[in-house]
Write a protein that binds this ligand. Sequence first.
Ligand code: XMP
Length: 327
Amino acid sequence: MIFDRRPDNMTRITTGEQAESFISEQVQALRGQIGDKKVLLALSGGVDSSVVAALLIRAVGQQLTCVHVNHGLLRKGEPEQVIQVFRNEMKANLIYVDATDRFLSKLAGVTDPERKRMIIGGEFIEVFAEEARKLDGIDFLAQGTIWPDILESEAGIKAHHNAGGLPEDMKFELVEPVKILFKDEVRVVGKALGLPDNMVYRQPFPGPGLGVRCPGAITRDRLEAVRESDAILREEFARAGLEGKVWQYFTIVPDFKTTGVKDGRRAFEWPVVVRAVNTRDAMTATVEPIPYELMGRIVERITHEVPGVNRVLYDYTPKPTGTIEWE
Ligand code: XMP
């Protein structure tokens, strides 16, 4: 049975068995809907689009084309993992577009956070539409819409942005196989589909990516400092058993330098700010107390391994008054 809306009495999917039964129903339904036609999916590597990709690969295999747009603002190792999991392991039809130069040149010198978001969002649609136009005979567009997206757009909290923005002449029928699921259910389904844990249980990551963690005008060197320090932070949190226990943790590299000393010489370099917060709904957030020794290791590694950085700070601000992201 396939529903357009989540039935009030639907049992929450929490076990592998429940996930398997959801998967087999969806696979049947997707085959019924799609027939022998072709489907397109923008695959970011986030939980929702990854689960949709895995479901569609199981249902229609090579009739699915995934497009992964690397906007240059992804975390370390993310584009590589998308290629490894979907192209190499699941044998998906995957188009990988490295659009880093395009995005960074459009963003050069732009300091206003909302303008940065607009540029990133707009350019993303443009790159995706260009790829879609190169393909023949696509009838369906798959999306990782989930139930809270629908509820929030109905309540006027946020626009249901998934489909939004494609040029007028690009008309596809939508395929939204996880739209009646809550996020935790999507994760259980993803696990049952064989996706790796670090893809299924990953922390929320904003669409504009590391772009909003590089406050002010983005430069390649500061962006690399964000990416490298974020990778170290994630590694140390995982080693300390905090992965999956803290809602979101990341680094920010502000656009100013401070005086320090390295190898007996003056070093005028950036600080890295560490932020780690817990929340239920992202509307308010509390700060995660990081064990002193762990913080020491993080400071040691970031200041020694990340070029251009001589200091590490911890953001102790709850939301409100600070938002989770710095921009
Ligand atoms: P804030 O910074 O508003 O963040 O406290 C709340 C949650 O939303 C994420 N976030 C975004 N997600 N596009 C997204 O897809 C965005 O522009 C964006 N800005 C913030 C943030 O990471 C946190 O989980």
